[in-house]
Design a protein around this ligand. Sequence first.
Ligand SMILES: *Cc1c(COP(=O)(O)O)cnc(C)c1O
Length: 422
Amino acid sequence: MTNQIKNPYLKLKNNILHLEDISLEFLSEKIGTPLYVYSRANIKDSWNRYYNAIKNNNAMVCYGMKANSNLAILKEFVNLGSGFDIVSGGELERVLSVGGDPKKIVFSGVGKQEWEIKNALESGIKCFNVESEAELYKISQIASALKITAPISLRVNPDVDAKTHPYISTGLKENKFGIAFKDAFDCYKIASSLPFIKIIGIDCHIGSQLTEISPFSAALEKIIPLIKNLIDNNINIKHIDIGGGLGITYKDEIVPDPKDIVDAARFKLKEANLNHLELILEPGRSLIGNSGILLTKVLYLKHSDDKNFIIVDAAMNDLIRPALYQSYHEVQQVKARTGQAREYDIVGPVCESADWLAKNRLLTVKENDLLVIESAGAYCTTMASNYNSRVKPAEVMVDGSEYYIIKNREKLSDILKFETTI
Ligand SMILES: *Cc1c(COP(=O)(O)O)cnc(C)c1O
């Protein structure tokens, strides 16, 4: 099995892996490891794939920013013209701080708090994606007090199988997300009667790392008749938000192009005489996942009868996806070595058996070698923690032959400063 490179901007030059034109060995010397490194060119390519799908198509992209909410990355998406899907008041603050247009922000999440709803109303966001009847009453109450009308859509749970990992599947009726399909019509009726609530759309997001079009189509087939029914009952639906969820290639997955999803949605809407609806997409992972890598250094090699381990300086606190979802990330050596390869598990220093980054990889390595964990742009740094009192990694954006530190490495004093003894 060869290690297929996922980021096309990751290239060997003079036998050293570079991201765009910057040597990863150089970056580790300058900034240290573990280190998240992003490719600006690859972010732009990912955006352009979506842009080609939405242009002239009455559609917009709201970047699902929980995938990676670094300010420099958000700013990049602001400059490219993206909107944003937020899931908290903290995310709202982040995106507004880099000049994000509130009119392009949609607000999802099952547990919106009062202060978050208030801030979103006062900012003038495009839409609340409401996830329960109780939330609807809460928004109406806060909007009435502020005398600001709340534009809303209901997040409907279409009960379709996204055929992905159970932890990242959200559109089955046993999931906590959205309003049950059978209750959606009645909930819209309630919404239409509430003060300071303005219905503008319908929303669904069925899961993440989807590698097929069919679950999107299945969701549309359930939602479209509901939209027709709502319109027949004088409920004004102007947009359909089909969520995010498009997957990326971590190993050998073949994923559809954004255009395939938009075309499939447009086809179904046209068929149903609903082509006037604006289409909203909320991609996260597919806009950033393969634009980032985690650079880590080999601390020790450990050999036993059954297993060989590479112990690296990155751990589950920096990149939790393997521990959480048994997910696969490709591993590359920054400097290739010749000699007998061995099969290794790549693990971190954290005191948990779940602290692994990759299993059963054939590598020829020595202490102090650098390894690249690929596909680390999405749901990696945003899920990092300080477990084991480990500081969170620095982050760097590479742009051709330039690099910019976009997050400083935490210091131990940073993580101790909120604690006191008694
Ligand atoms: C997480 C999330 C997204 C983004 O999902 P991806 O799989 O990263 O594309 C979009 N919408 C909602 C409501 C989400 O919770």
